[in-house]
Write a protein that binds this ligand. Sequence first.
Ligand code: GUN
Ligand code: ZN
Length: 439
Amino acid sequence: MTVTTAIRADLLDFTAAPAWGDTGKGSDAPSGVRWRPDHWLLLDASGRIAGVQREDPAPGIARHDHRGRLLLPGFIDTHVHSPQVPVLASYGTALLDWLDTYTFPSETAWADEAVAQRGTALFLDALLAHGTTAAVVFPTVHKGSAEALFAGAAARGMRIIGGKVLMDRHAPDGLRDTVASAERDCVDLIQRWHGRGRCSYALTVRFAPTSTPEQLAMAGALCRADASLYLQTHVAENHDEVRWVAELFPQARSYLAVYDDAGLLHPRSVLAHGIWLDADDRARLATSGAHIAHCPTSNLFLGSGLYPWRTALQAGHGTSLASDVGGGTSMCLLRNAAAAYTVQALQGERLTAWCALHAATRGAAAALQLGHEIGSLEPGCMADFTLWDWSAGPLDTERQRVARGLHEQVFAWMTLADERHLAATWVAGQARYTRRTAA
Ligand code: GUN
Ligand code: ZN
């Protein structure tokens, strides 16, 4: 293995999940946190991480000196909607009205493949410009929207999990499929894209209200037929939604049980929100291996509720961090990490920077069974990483200057920084985003 490139920066990643509430002491980070200030990250010609060293690299190796910047593994956004940039920051509604008023009408435009392609390019470039190198994505019901997503991801070398949205009822004209058309489209997209490059297919059930029991069963059968497929959906986000699901599926023990009964819960299932679940649901998530994508800016913006992260942890199921744009208000997972802290504070809990950043990197990778590829700076992983300024103005510069200890420094950065602090994003060993500096 030949080292071709070396990047100098302050390296932060994780080797395991840090304990809840443990900030560490002074410059000593708790177990699971790997802090290597002023080191060189070494890349090989295949776009993978080759190692880390303190010493200057040998002559002949291309050097990128980002001394004084923070280098993190690229963020993994485990729940985001590619067509929802136009509905960001839509005023005045909670989930079900928000879908009817803004989101469904907006998504109908993606029936036009040219619109879907343009929107997808904007979306993927925006992910990179917000520090996200891998994502689990909902496009629209239209097959072409999934095609655009995978083609766009392949062109950028990004790690993307997605699939055409399944919805055969309770949606407007132009935004419904049928069991038969959906199955055909899924099978075709799976053949074309699942396992091709860095793309994986996810059966994508929008949520229980927009799929008939027959469509849920079809998705379950496809999951059973190939355990390497992912499954993504929404669950227990909002009170009115939970009530509606109980009316639509009176025989199911709970909202989560609707998915379980259809065979949709497995170790590659990613369920967004998971706020209003009971102890039996959480125990079932744990035994199934499915995990929750926590979407704090979305939950706060739509007034959906407060995710009980510590309860989830105690129940033994995983939690990753996600933006849920356009219900969420920022694609930047730093903004979402700061919101996640607030969501915990409102419940009398404290989310450390370590737990939050782990959930956006290595934790998400592990939950997606992709720890060998993404989420850390481990040799052999793809060289997907980001370079951040510790501060970008007089206030956060001063805050950094007075920070005592590593957690205080990183927590203040996580809370105050956003995409304007991002200097560069590398994917598979190539710089795919570089901040334009003022001329
Ligand atoms: N539930 C069903 N569809 C959606 C969506 O697009 N966004 C969110 N936040 N929740 C949903
Ligand atoms: Zn969503």
